[in-house]
Design a binder for this molecule. Sequence first.
Ligand code: ADP
Ligand code: ZN
Length: 778
Amino acid sequence: MTPPPSDVGDGRPAGRPSAPSDAGAPGAPGASGPTPTIRARARELLQQVWGYQDFLGLQGDVIEHVAAGGDALVLMPTGGGKSICYQLPALLRDGVAVVVSPLIALMQDQVVALRNVGVRAAFLNSSLEPAARREVEADLEAGRLDLLYVAPERLVTADFLRRLERVPLALFAIDEAHCVSQWGHDFRPEYIALDVLAERFPNVPRIALTATADAVTRREMAQRLRLEDARRYTSSFDRPNIRYTVVDKQNARQQLLRFYRDRHQGDAGIVYCLSRKSVDSTAQWLRREGVDAVAYHAGLDRETRAAHQERFLREDGVVVVATIAFGMGIDKPDVRFVAHLDLPKSLEGYYQETGRAGRDGDPADAFLTYGLQDVVQVRRLLASSDGGEEHARVTQQRLEALLGFCETAGCRRQVLLRYFGETLEERCGNCDTCLTPVRTFDGTVAAQKLLSTVVRTGQRFGAGHLTDVLLGKRTKRVEALGHAELSTFGIGTELDEKGWRSVARQLVAGGQLVTDAEGHGSLRVGPVAGPVLRGETAVELREDRTPVGVKGRGAPKRRRSVDELPGDARERFEALRAVRAEIARESGVPPYVVFHDATLREMAERVPLDAAGLGTVQGVGATKLERYGDRFLAVLREVAPESPVAAPVPARSTSVPAPAAGTAPLAFDATPDEEGDTVERTRALILDGFAPEAVAAERNLKLRTVERHLAELVARGDLTVQEATGLDAARIAEIEAAAVALPDEVRGRLRPLRDALGGRYEYGVLRCVLSGLDPAGP
Ligand code: ADP
Ligand code: ZN
């Protein structure tokens, strides 16, 4: 029977007060005796089947409890490792585990991944042909299954329940359990009927899992699924590997591109836009810039959508541009960034969407561009939303929370977690405001100037015109309206146009200014402006930074986990990645189902040369070792360095990797000769954002020497042409086209190329582009 209800936290600050005495204590009161042997056996299976060294967070506790027959409610963020919480007990207990899952795609992915580690899993849903369905049913009755994934509507049919009564059952797992909540965003009516399980199978343990952080939803979940007495496991909702960045929106697409090139060139990512139209045009634009981008929204026909999703899942480095229709049930662990070009609808939504980045625990980015227009738009939606006072109040609060997150000068993660009821004592050190603290200033006078200009111009104008007045610009409009005569005309020259837009945005966010409901962008004085105008309240404003993407070079150096590998380990990584892609293609599964990046990275670092060594790499279980071991070992033997490598076994780290880790040169690194060293230094400076001229000055070298380094780096593949030249894809394409079009006898020579391009490019740039052209190419 189920033990008395209790809460177990993971020792980190959590939303609900947790009982620390319970945390991880084996033999908790009432349980039918979780013994150390269960846990030991569980750990053994974890290593054998999945190739993981140890449990993450609360996994071990949950598994022990459920394996011993207890009910559980598991609240963990996306990427927290929920699946193993029921998959492992399924192997520990007799009979088949029945897993309820709301999405067909999700079921299929999970089943493929399970079979790939040698677990007997199958699914039943509407996508199966009758013959295939009968086969699965036969396997079920014959006891040939460890796990069976079922759609909820099928599970609760009389026929299926009768079938289940005839076979031994290990447990029921209810995945995405928040779908039972009528107030949640993913309500599935079929989930309501799942309470029948408690009645019909009182002795079969049930485990419900969700990543929803909302307290109301959690309560409803427990009630409707009859899990009030289940033990509750709540882990922190923090995702320490995700770096949150919010930039002042200038030109969102350029900012995105800059961010992509600086930090995520060649990575898989999701870009969210509000409208279908902007999804299409953004995807198109990215493709023109050389990014492998596809669009996804409900307006595309079904085949196109499926094809795009498939490419995203199966291929390395595809970027999906999507409306929020995309993402639920996407299990891809190596999404390296999630970018929002428009303000999301709520912080809950934002957290869920960004949570799709970095499920594998490796560093990932959440990037949001945010500007005055976003605030105006959201305020307008709010004003026009109907649905009663209560609804309006809730919406208002949600909006305030969202704006508060965007405008904070404090730690973003602290704001996010506080919203979900958790307290993070210290600043996180892995968000934009922690990494580059934002300066704030006393903006009272600026606020007064802007507010009185709003009043004096009759509360009918937008930020643009107001700024013109404050800066004393005699535009046609200013003259026509006689606004040059106002007492506030020209009193705001201490800020520039951007500065005033920023003040306007922050005052709208703070409610001192409000926008018109029609969305023309005109500003009126808001309810809390009085005290500011009278000088009774001070206004603290943040100083917006120069946003990424407008200043050309000078953006932060990209830092990817793979990039942190020293040169030849990275080469090995690429070789391993190639064989992974090959295997994935052959067997029709996504590459990450073969091995995760982290696994390849560890192989590239440690270079195991026999099966025993390979088996100790994280993520290499017995089945995968047998299935893929030889092919990966063959590659490793081929690319192995001369002298042996002895790197320690790195543990999966859920915290932010220290920059030092993995960057130290390995023992086999040859001492770089003088020349190699100087080229490397050039590369480092270029990646740090220095222009070639600046590198030359900094290092006291001739510009030509630096340019020669760059050409060499491009030829070696250590810099992309874009990195070396700072040119955009269109320009590079132009030069490449001209180079290819040159007559044979002068092809490859700089002077004719420069002339062909009308002298618009310097030799240094042309040399880099030529180095980047495949000599065997056209
Ligand atoms: P969730 O369902 O909570 O989003 P998953 O079950 O998909 O999370 O797990 C997230 C990632 O963590 C997966 O890539 C999984 O392989 C990995 N993972 C889970 N448990 C462990 C573990 N004990 N050690 C290492 N990696 C793990
Ligand atoms: Zn922070």
